[in-house]
Design a protein. Structure first.
Length: 291
């Protein structure tokens, strides 16, 4: 790890809780360390009996399913896939109506010319990969997906297109740098979903195993953190902008675009996505905690 990367990791750790105190069952919280999740854990500090773990969605989702976490942000694809085991909080989401700005396919050839191509896809989120697949299928485009590390220059050097998510995608979309002597096309998957369905897209929900319900304290602390974060969104944006080397105005606009409350339209979008990725899914299959 370079000095710059080490400094970045220290800044991330300072802004995102990751410590444990007298760990007790039901209090192990997984936190995705992306900018768009920051308002949901703003000012959240561990309390006696709580343990916080940071990571990317695929890692935290696997830990939840293995019984190593009690509540975490779960990607929508995993929530649908494991709907027999997982139950979501009824009022938390990471969703957008239209562009998301941080789930993006970068490509040198136009979208319609990706047929038969090879696409490097992030290993950090199952939902983004599933969304890309269904969007390509909707346009009759057959392409081969290859898992790859999230390095846009390397990905586009070896493949026809590259799927990035999170802060890496946001930073590339903002900087619009040349790669291979030209600026690649950038297809925002949230916007593409809206054009296809006219619905919001729900990227993730907070979920737990149905046999291990989250404690009332944990749910209350999360709701209080969200209230703080959204009430101080400019402060959240300032901290995240400084950490990412982006303009505060860009990050504030980015964060203000998200839908964090899993409203009925967000649930409609989630069920529409579920129907498209799983032919056995039926409306009403997804479960939510009554708390």
């Amino acid at each position: 790890m370079s000095a710059t990367e080490a400094e970045q990791d220290e800044r991330d750790s300072a802004r995102t809780p990751s410590s444990c105190h007298d760990v007790a069952p039901g209090e192990r919280l997984g936190i995705v360390a992306y900018t768009n999740v920051a308002p949901l854990h703003w000012g959240l500090e561990p309390w006696p009996g709580a343990c916080f773990h940071r990571g990317v969605p695929t890692d935290l989702n696997a830990r939840l399913l293995a019984g190593d976490l009690d509540l975490t942000l779960v990607s929508s694809a995993e929530f649908v896939r494991h709907r027999d085991r997982l139950v979501a909080l009824p009022d938390f989401s990471i969703a957008t109506l239209g562009p998301v700005h941080s789930v993006t396919l970068f490509h040198h050839a136009p979208w319609a010319e990706l047929a038969g191509g090879r696409i490097a896809v992030t290993e950090e989120s199952a939902t983004s990969v599933a969304l890309l697949r269904l969007l390509l299928d909707a346009d009759g485009i057959d392409a081969t997906f290859v898992p790859a590390a999230s390095d846009l220059e390397a990905m586009l050097g070896d493949y026809d297109a590259a799927l990035l998510i999170g802060d890496a995608a946001l930073e590339e979309a903002v900087t619009q740098r040349e790669i291979g002597g030209r600026v690649p096309y950038a297809t925002d998957l949230g916007e593409a979903w809206y054009r296809l369905t006219r619905l919001p897209f729900t990227f993730a929900v907070w979920a737990a195993d149905r046999e291990r319900p989250p404690s009332p304290r944990l749910v209350a602390e999360l709701r209080a953190a969200r209230t703080r974060g959204l009430g101080h969104l400019a402060d959240v944006a300032r901290a995240e902008a400084e950490a990412r080397g982006l303009s505060e105005a860009v990050v504030l606009r980015y964060l203000a675009n998200f839908r964090y409350f899993l409203t009925p339209p967000d649930r409609d979008g989630l069920e529409a996505f579920a129907c498209r990725i799983d032919t056995t899914f039926r409306p009403g299959d997804l479960a939510y905690w009554d708390r």
